[in-house]
Design a protein around this ligand. Structure first.
Ligand code: NAD
Ligand code: ZN
Length: 340
């Protein structure tokens, strides 16, 4: 089969022929229809320090996908060939303390699809049946192909009660924009998203985020005054991975504010811990999606009031993958979905 492989420990990804993955008794073989490019894939392409430490070479990359069941192992009872599915890209061990307590997202032995085991930039991917998620008929393929990042947004946004609360989202990348839309959907009062890239802010506005602010041009206290906010934000969703954005957020939170942190900032960045203490802030790190609570909520949201289709700005055939990665690197793209 054709697959986009990290074939060599250097910059790039290469389209190669590799064997179709073999499946064990508990596995599902999925024919991939669409697979989206994640920022993680760009790190793997660039072969940065994180990628060098994490990714075994050679490896089939990619983890945001949707497809159709092609074959099932002897012990698989829930899935049949032809069924439309996506999949949870974190493979958990099932035997650690958290897994056994039903908190798979907290597994300490998590392996990443397309990061530590073969991924979805391929004609076929094999997944344990536990990780496969059936897609309802009314959810389009391209939306199911971005369930992984949408799930990040939903997990982060729904970490705290947002009803009637003022919410600050830092970073209007695809995940930040989807997080802001989720916050609006579930009944937050004011939702403000910040970025320093005007193109990203434009996309956020186009998709209906009501307050999109250029943090390089306007200070948050001025924005808050303009919006009639006299105290501070109740909930923060950190979706930029940028230390200055996180510091701005801490300054703008009300006492007792709650912050869910998805963005991956550089190791060792500084914040003023005294502000965290004296404002009595709650900080919660987010990794991936809750299994499978996030999936239930996300699917219900896209079947209902949440429209994230506009986050997909580029659609192309897999043979144009270079163009797709260029679009991701330009910082102007939302999600890029590759058609297999
Ligand atoms: P992205 O890089 O597309 O978006 C980040 C945005 O933050 C960019 O638009 C950038 O311009 C903006 N930004 C930079 N400096 C800023 C500042 N000072 N103020 C406000 N915005 C600023 O990333 P994405 O794909 O949307 O993902 C969001 C973040 O989540 C990334 O850091 C990514 O690495 C991380 N992530 C984490 C997980 C997890 O499980 N924890 C999973 C996926 C992604
Ligand atoms: Zn575990």
């Amino acid at each position: 089969m054709k697959a986009l492989v990290k074939a060599k420990p250097e910059e790039g990804l290469w389209m190669e022929r590799v064997p179709v993955p073999e499946i064990g008794p508990n596995d599902v073989l999925i024919k991939v229809k669409k697979s989206a490019i994640c920022g993680t894939d760009v790190h793997i392409w660039n072969w940065d320090e994180w990628a060098r430490k994490t990714v075994p070479v050679p490896l089939v990359t990619g983890h945001e996908f949707t497809g159709e069941v092609a074959d099932v192992g002897a012990a698989v009872t829930e899935y049949k060939p032809g069924q439309r599915v996506s999949g949870e890209g974190h493979i958990v061990c099932g035997h650690c303390r958290n897994c056994r307590a039903g908190r798979g997202h907290l597994c300490r032995n998590t392996l990443g699809v397309g990061v530590q085991r073969p991924g979805s930039f391929a004609e076929f991917i094999a997944l344990p049946q536990h990780n496969v998620v059936a897609i309802p008929d009314d959810v389009p393929d391209e939306i199911a192909a971005i369930f992984d990042p949408l799930g990040n947004a939903v997990h982060t946004a729904l970490s705290f009660d947002l009803v009637g609360e003022d919410v600050l989202v830092t970073g209007a990348g695809p995940i930040g924009i989807m997080g802001a839309l989720v916050a609006q959907c579930v009944g937050a009062r004011k939702v403000v998203i910040t970025d320093i890239n005007p193109g990203r802010l434009e996309l956020a506005r186009k998709l209906g985020v009501r307050h999109a602010v250029n943090a390089a041009q306007e200070k948050l206290p001025d924005v808050m005054a303009r919006l009639g906010m006299t105290e501070g934000f109740d909930v923060g969703l950190e979706m930029s991975g940028a230390a200055p954005a996180f510091r701005d957020m801490i300054d703008a939170m009300n006492n007792g504010g709650k912050i869910a942190i998805l963005g991956i900032a550089p190791t060792g960045f500084e914040i003023d811990w005294n502000k965290v203490i004296f404002k009595m802030l709650h900080l919660k790190g987010i990794y991936g999606r809750e299994m499978f609570e996030t999936w239930y909520k996300m699917i219900a949201l896209v079947q209902g009031p949440l429209d994230v289709s506009g986050v997909i700005t580029h659609r192309m055939g897999i043979d144009d993958f270079r163009e797709g990665f260029d679009a991701m690197r330009s910082g102007e793209a939302g999600k890029v979905v590759l058609d297999w």
